[in-house]
Design a protein around this ligand. Structure first.
Ligand SMILES: [Zn+2]
Length: 498
């Protein structure tokens, strides 16, 4: 056996199996099976272990070296290794290739991202990947003669014939690519996926896709045996349900109520839920699945308390602080308020009410962040206490915009919410600009006001640096405006007035 005459360079992100296609073509082999047989691969019927080459499970390096080809460990093998779930491999990589004809034309090679089942569209060209010949209906093959056609006389479809990828499909595919490449996720990523790795995120989406698929097809969802168009459809649907989390997922499982698993009414429905529960329990160590379990547990507890026996539920019970959905009572406790306040917050669109089978609940995140906002800022009473200005003065400063309000008092709100941070900022700046060496006897704030200057006039003059003043720090009231005293007009102001 001789080494090859032509040994094209393999790109770092080039699919290791697809790479062999031009190698075999350029060296006159019929397809990659013949090429590796020439290198001594003893597989029957000119087959080669394509899937195991992608996952790195089959050590193909000796055959590469026989042929004089540089072998570099495929990136896909890293994805596979890091998944640490051997049975998961059928959900990660395709059996037959898929491609973006536009990318192939531009770069001349197949990206290794394309061999991931979850990577269903080309993010660059916004097209679904192609894996089936529109002419023959046959799948694209690793054993094709050339890289850029299905077969002789069966070229790839032109751009206008390739289905466009929807924004949701592109968002899903982009997220998968980021996770595969270990990059940090875009801000727009659904919150439920944040902090998950590729396998955890895919498990979560796959689980949802599986139960969605089962609902309508009454069969197992096995993406490796579906074409890319279908895989894309089901994963995108699952992706959509992540946006409104956990309601999207709850909506899905609530459909089982109308589609019992058997004709025996409620017990047929319970069977569904027990099945989901068992699957979630078995994979509980997977962080993505654990998040699904939290949402599922919540759903059962709220809507279908008898579907799973209590002793089973306690096995998966979450500590109450982990539950994403909370009752109104819990919301009132967190916000330290009574029921009318909740109604007013809903009317103001500050919190969202979710109704499910007649019960009311709220998103914990939303309630907690609102509670934090109240804790971190001031009511009018607190502001009066801390700034040592009167309610009347504060109201004037709020109206003039010198003091920032996060919430104005109106017919729906009895209370102001005053931004503490911006007041802190203001006091800090005033402290920095104070004239600590001034000698002249100046006026007090009330002295200025007796002369007819309103508090807003004083703030206006301070903002224009027209007043000099002394800043006397008061440790017990570090945000008090009373720390300022001995006000004098600056010489430049006096001069210009004369
Ligand atoms: Zn492309």
């Amino acid at each position: 056996m001789s080494k090859l005459l032509i040994r094209p360079h393999r790109q770092p992100d080039e699919c290791i199996v697809s790479y062999l296609i031009p190698v075999s073509e350029q060296n006159g082999f019929h397809h990659i099976g013949h090429l590796l047989q020439h290198a001594g691969l003893p597989w029957k019927n000119l087959r080669i272990p394509t899937h195991q080459m992608i996952t790195g499970e089959y050590d193909i390096e000796p055959y590469f070296s026989q042929l004089g080809l540089d072998y570099t460990y495929p990136r896909t093998a890293d994805t596979f290794k890091s998944s640490q779930l051997p049975h998961f491999t059928t959900k990660i990589f395709v059996k037959t290739p898929k491609i973006c004809p536009e990318c192939l034309e531009e770069t001349g090679y197949s990206s290794d991202l394309w061999s991931h089942i979850a990577y269903t569209a080309c993010v660059k060209h916004k097209l679904l990947l192609v894996d089936t010949s529109p002419k023959t209906g046959k799948r694209l093959s690793w054993y094709r003669r050339t890289l850029n056609e299905f077969n002789k006389n069966d070229p790839f479809p032109t751009v206008n014939l390739i289905p466009k990828a929807s924004p949701a499909t592109l968002a899903f595919t982009r997220t998968m690519a980021y996770l595969i490449e270990g990059r940090s996720l875009p801000i727009s990523t659904p919150a439920v996926l944040k902090g998950l790795n590729f396998v955890e995120a895919l498990s979560l989406i796959h689980f949802i896709a599986h139960y969605q698929y089962r609902l309508f097809h009454h069969a197992l969802f096995s993406p490796a045996s579906l074409d890319n168009l279908n895989v894309s459809l089901h994963y995108t649907q699952a992706w959509q349900s992540l946006k409104r989390w956990p309601q999207g997922f709850h909506l899905l499982i609530s459909q089982y109520i109308d589609n019992p698993m058997s004709d025996r009414g409620q017990s047929g429905i319970n069977k569904h839920f027990r099945d989901i529960h068992e699957k979630l329990h078995r994979q509980r160590k997977n962080k993505g699945i654990a998040r699904l379990r939290a949402a599922f547990d919540q759903f059962i507890e709220i809507n279908w308390p008898n579907a799973i026996q209590t002793h089973r539920l306690t096995r998966i019970s979450l500590s109450s602080s982990e539950r994403p959905l909370i009752t109104q009572k819990e919301a009132q406790r967190i916000l330290a308020c009574r029921e009318p306040r909740i109604h007013s917050l809903i009317a103001q669109d500050k919190i969202t009410l979710h109704k499910f089978k007649g019960k009311v609940y709220f998103n914990r995140d939303q309630i907690e962040s609102l509670a934090k906002m109240y804790q971190d800022n001031w009511s009018m009473e607190q502001a009066v206490l801390e700034t040592e200005l009167s309610r009347y003065q504060l109201k004037q400063l709020l109206d003039a915009g010198f003091v920032k309000a996060l919430q104005k008092a109106d017919s729906q709100n009895r209370d102001w919410l005053i931004c503490k941070k911006s007041w802190q900022h203001l006091i800090n700046n005033l402290k920095k600009s104070a004239d600590q060496n001034q000698k002249a006897q100046g006026k007090t704030l009330s002295g200025l006001q007796k002369q007819g200057f309103m508090i807003t006039n004083v703030f206006y003059m301070l903002a224009r640096s027209e007043l000099s003043y002394f800043f006397k720090e008061e440790a017990s009231k570090p945000l008090s405006f009373k720390q300022l005293g001995n006000f004098n007009w600056k010489q430049s102001v006096i001069n210009s007035a004369q």
